[in-house]
Design a protein around this ligand. Structure first.
Ligand code: C2E
Ligand code: MG
Ligand code: MG
Ligand code: MG
Length: 275
């Protein structure tokens, strides 16, 4: 039966490929115009200290609202932006916007927060990443200690010396570096020890699967390496209890807050400090 349907199946398959290609071209073209047409914005998700329950920082998450496509997930458009060479421009927009906003909060007199920005490995391939970041800090007047960069754990990252060099330089000026989605890649422990980083972010999948052994191991590993550790994707009070009992430093997730618009987060910060 499989053989008999083979012909049809191929036709269906071809049609699907063609559709996907067309869709992809459309997506690429829309993406190229997105900055100019002001379709990007950031949401901010709080990071909470598990001892004091205070917000220590926020992660900036990129959002794309297209008039025809609607909301497109970063998981879908970031890889496309990387492939077509747009991630540098988009990444710079994110960095600048996040630094500007953080400075606005500080000037309003709100307790200082660290703003975390996700960086793509592709951004490290460009020669001037470090200078660009320094320029943005200069322009916005944000103290580097209030900027954090999240990079994902990936094999290639650890094998490329220039990434380590750039990270060291960024860290030397006071920027914090965290490793996102930790535990899903294959970094060797020896290498991790040499990386110029401050924090490990336990990948959300371990929370979801309730993988207590792995979570405890990562907390122990981080502390042995003198790193801070934060859990992402925390959705329940049971998870919070478990993390607290096991010495996890911080947490982030829907239990505390979903990613919030600038307006909503500003309101929340004002309420918290009574401004
Ligand atoms: P990420 O950096 O690991 O961000 C965490 C993702 O988990 C976010 O998805 C966030 O909305 C979601 N999340 C947070 N708490 C919970 C929770 O309790 N439960 C569940 N189910 N999900 C939670 P989002 O915003 O869709 O972003 C997806 C990924 O896209 C990010 O993963 C990051 O890798 C990438 N991304 C987002 N913004 C940027 C950016 O400006 N630049 C780059 N290069 N990548 C970005
Ligand atoms: Mg992240
Ligand atoms: Mg993550
Ligand atoms: Mg992720």
């Amino acid at each position: 039966a499989a053989k008999q349907n083979g012909g049809n199946r191929y036709k269906l398959y071809d049609a699907k490929i063609e559709f996907e290609t067309a869709e992809r071209v459309v997506l690429e073209n829309y993406l190229r115009k997105a900055i100019k047409q002001d379709e990007f914005f950031l949401q901010y998700q709080p990071k909470v200290d598990l001892k004091t329950k205070q917000i220590t920082g926020v992660e900036a998450l990129l959002r794309w609202e297209h008039p025809k496509l609607g909301t497109v997930s970063p998981n879908k458009f970031i890889p496309v932006a990387e492939e077509i060479g747009l991630i540098g421009t988009i990444g710079e927009w994110v960095l600048r916007s996040a630094c500007v906003q953080n400075k606005v909060w500080q000037e309003e007199g709100l307790p200082p927060l660290r703003v975390a920005v996700n960086l793509s490995l592709y951004q490290f391939r460009e020669d001037n990443l470090v200078q660009k970041i320094k320029d943005i800090l200069m322009e916005t007047g944000l103290d580097p200690t209030y900027l954090e960069l999240e990079i994902t754990e990936s094999m290639s990252m650890y094998n490329e010396d220039y990434v380590v060099e750039k990270l060291s330089e960024l860290r030397r000026i006071g920027i914090h570096i965290s490793v996102d989605d930790f535990g899903t890649g294959y970094s060797s422990l020896n290498y991790l020890n040499k990386l110029p980083i401050d924090t490990l972010k336990i990948d959300r999948s371990f929370m979801k699967e309730d993988n207590k052994t792995t979570i405890k191991s990562i907390i122990g590993l981080a502390h042995n390496l003198n790193l801070k550790v934060i859990a992402e994707g925390v959705e329940t009070s049971e998870q919070v209890d478990f993390l607290q009992q096991n010495g996890c430093d911080e947490a982030q997730g829907y239990f505390f807050d979903k990613p919030l618009s600038t307006i909503r987060l500003t309101k929340k910060l004002r309420e918290l400090c009574g401004v």
